[in-house]
Design a binder for this molecule. Structure first.
Ligand SMILES: [Zn+2]
Length: 269
């Protein structure tokens, strides 16, 4: 059994192809998936999917740094209400939240303003996560040091923190592992080039104890399907690739990763 720990099912839902995607996933052994919230445009959609597909689809709520605007406070208030209402199915994690300095406006004043909003939104969401004791899914792009610093300052339990789509090297992985945190790997680890080799080093650094896989579908399609749309079924290619890097059999690795993921997100077997 395989679980995709991070995907975005909205696009399939809107297109009416979700059942096909779920069937393909099942055929590949991917029996469960976590669809990750990014803004008020998807939180309630995902709550509905979790309700319609129990034990199959789980969901998280969070304001993605790429969705942060001057309206961030009103957005965060909205998902806090979903948490407070407490009616099932409840989100199983807070995320994805974090910082993204990769795509900032060219204008320095505007860029600084956006960074300010991102940091304020991140700090507030970390406090919400701390209050409700849910695991935290971090999106960090070109902002690793600031993410680590803000998580340290927030006082959240690092054991419940995952840096999704880990795209840094071995040393950054060591830094978060030492704190109790972890990184999860997506299809880009199968790509060619120095940046991606670095991810393989990070994978080896972390080892299997805290390892989780994800697709980040519909993005980051693994080789050999790179160039076409990603879907949870394709997580198998990432797992096979990672098993080779770790010099293990994929059949030996998958049950470990499955258990790690259920434990991390507190999902019943
Ligand atoms: Zn994502």
């Amino acid at each position: 059994m395989i679980i995709d720990s991070h995907c975005h099912l909205n696009v399939f839902h809107q297109r009416g192809t979700l059942d096909d995607v779920l069937n393909q996933a099942s055929m590949a052994g991917v029996t469960r998936m976590i669809t990750i919230g990014t803004s008020s445009s998807d939180w309630l959609v995902y709550k509905g999917l979790a309700k319609d597909y129990p034990h199959r689809i789980y969901y998280s709520v969070g304001l993605h740094p790429g969705s942060v605007t001057d309206q961030w406070e009103a957005e965060v208030d909205q998902f806090e209400r979903i948490l407070k209402q407490g009616d099932s199915p409840m989100p199983i994690a807070i995320g994805e939240i974090g910082l993204d300095y990769f795509r900032l406006p060219k204008d320095k004043t505007k860029a600084d303003q956006l960074i300010g909003w991102q940091q304020a939104a991140f700090a507030r969401q970390l406090q919400i996560a701390k209050g409700c004791k849910l695991p935290i899914i971090i999106h960090s792009r070109s902002a690793f040091d600031d993410c680590v610093r803000m998580i340290d300052q927030s006082g959240v339990n690092w054991d419940r923190v995952v840096f999704h789509c880990f795209s840094e090297g071995a040393n950054p992985m060591e830094r978060i592992n030492l704190r109790g945190g972890r990184g999860s790997f997506t299809g880009n680890i199968t790509y060619e080039g120095e940046a991606f080799l670095n991810m393989q080093r990070a994978l080896k650094e972390q080892g299997t104890e805290k390892l989780m896989f994800e697709t980040d579908a519909p993005y980051l399609t693994p080789v050999p399907h790179k160039g076409s749309e990603n879907s949870p079924a394709l997580i198998v290619h990432t797992a096979e690739f990672a098993a080779k890097v770790l010099q293990m059999q994929v059949d030996e690795l998958l049950p470990i990763v499955y258990k790690n993921t259920l434990n991390f997100f507190d999902i019943e077997e």
